[in-house]
Design a protein around this ligand. Sequence first.
Ligand code: UDP
Length: 346
Amino acid sequence: MKKTVLVTGGAGYIGSHAVRQLLDHDFDVIVVDNLSTGHVKAVDPRAKLYLGDVRDLNFLAGVFKNNTIDGVMHFAGKIIVPESVGDPTAYFDDNIQAVVSVIRCMHAYGVKNFVFSSTAAVYGTAKTTVISEDAPLHPESPYGFSKLAAEHLIAFAERAYGIKHVIFRYFNVAGASLDSKIGEAHPVESHLIPVIINAGLSGKEMQIFGNDYETRDGTCLRDYIHVVDLAEAHVLGMEHLLKEGESATINLGSQNGFTNKEILTTVDKVLKEEHLSEGVKWKFGPRRAGDPAAIVASNERAKKILGWTPKYDLETMIKSAIAWKNTHKNLYNDKNGTKIAFDKED
Ligand code: UDP
């Protein structure tokens, strides 16, 4: 029988890819999103969409009451490190209160399978470059702390209510769907790959933050993963739980690192090959606060527990991100989120 997954934040960047992947794997999908950063147009029309805030217990309980739900994937939340430093209460509210609310409803309606979006930010600056899930946890921002607090709550919920979980700690996610229908559409873009693409397409200059790190070329090194690979891992995570698999905390990364300079060179090369830019304008800027020099995921556990390895390489990631940006100059053309009418056709 078809299983139904509730996806919170299903109108966001990663959530919308997970929704499509679930539907393509024959799940029924219910999306809950308050459109604070998501987009109605990102939601696959095959999904059932509820517009509202997961922290609103009455609203969320209504969704559980009116549907038979087999599992929840929780993506709703805030994700920008510097923003969290400036407004920690917003982060604790969104990223912890939302999980409290979801777990309360899961417990009340007997839903036992929970897949959660966490982050490599829970590790902070690690002692080793390749980070396993057992590495010490030292978040350095309210964002990282809020996700770690939610991870603890989820672990307590297993003991108290028997709700099983797969917690995914993401490294650097990039790329867009291979048919360019959905992609990254943040109100303010701060992530390296889209920032470079925007600079290349617009002719405006971008900055690489810091050139004196202890890495092979002095710029920070990160582990990038294609959003479609990430979405696939979530489906495997949910299937693992539905097959009575044990709870697990799992890194999602490629186990490869690229420096900021290498990313710049690759994006620049692809943009030139595709005749979209004559060369990205850039310069070195000062270090960005809170940036660890190098972080790479160990993905052994993902392989072992889920049989998951990433399929798409850096160039595919960059090409899909460019194709998305180039075909969606105004992104979803909806002034982003809250201002748009609550209408799927809008
Ligand atoms: N970065 C940069 N210029 C930008 C945006 C990001 O040099 O305009 C660098 C950033 O300092 C970090 C790396 O790119 O070293 C990845 O940053 P991003 O914000 O994409 O992801 P994070 O690793 O912070 O999650």
